[in-house]
Design a protein around this ligand. Structure first.
Ligand SMILES: [Ca+2]
Length: 219
């Protein structure tokens, strides 16, 4: 009863994540309320192909943000939570100034050097398939530490992996909500990168669709 009443009250707080637990043996009289810090961040969506920066040189390479800037654009979205006015163009220059690129490849652990409010929590690369524990780990990182950069396969229909990075912002059952730097649109990870025959129905689960995690927390 108490749990139901509290749930009704808490439902009014959109940004609050919570779990309600009754304590066994107390007839429901004692309710333990576990409040989690909200990670429903206000991520600013960016498209790497936005004409304002699509033609910018990526890092120290001759490639462009528009063509290959998915990692930098994902980091720019994450940084936008803590740094007002952030854009992929600004992130690209800030990361370049801190030598956070090898050619056009972002050096993930150096992101914190350019953005001290983005704490680097680790890099994880998975051979197919991931274990259930590894999938649970990714979900837990999103729930506990906020948006996370994930590596996916840009073309699920080809056998080889075409490396792409996206920003996962929320767990959605057996799927994840992502903001895709390719177009700056929020979407389902499995519909976007787990549909191997393009029929609008995912063929992969998260264990097959996720290739890596670049874990951060916005401080
Ligand atoms: Ca592929």
């Amino acid at each position: 009863m108490i749990v139901e009443e509290l749930s009704a009250i808490l439902a009014n707080y959109e940004l609050l994540e919570y779990n309600l637990h009754t304590v066994e043996g107390c007839d429901g009289a004692v309710v333990v309320l576990m409040l989690h810090r909200s990670h429903n961040h206000n991520v600013t969506p960016f498209s790497q192909r936005d004409p304002r920066w699509a033609g910018d040189s990526l890092g120290f390479s001759t490639s462009t943000l528009g063509g290959y800037g998915c990692a930098v654009t994902s980091i720019a979205m994450l940084a936008s939570v803590a740094y007002p006015g952030m854009t992929p163009a600004i992130a690209n220059v800030a990361l370049r100034n801190e030598n956070a690129f090898s050619g056009g490849d972002l050096i993930w652990e150096r992101v914190s050097t350019a953005f001290d409010r983005l704490e680097f929590l680790g890099r994880y690369d998975w051979d197919k398939r991931m274990t259930a524990e590894q999938v649970a780990f990714v979900k837990r990182m999103i729930r506990e530490h906020g948006p996370q950069v994930l590596e996916v396969d840009f073309k699920a229909r080809t056998a080889a992996q075409e490396q792409h990075f996206v920003l996962a912002i929320a767990v959605d059952g057996d799927d994840l909500r992502i903001i895709d730097p390719w177009d700056g649109v929020e979407k389902s990870l499995l519909l976007a990168y787990g549909d191997s025959d393009n029929d609008g129905v995912p063929d992969f689960d998260l264990a097959r669709a996720i290739w890596g995690l670049r874990a951060y927390e916005v401080k």
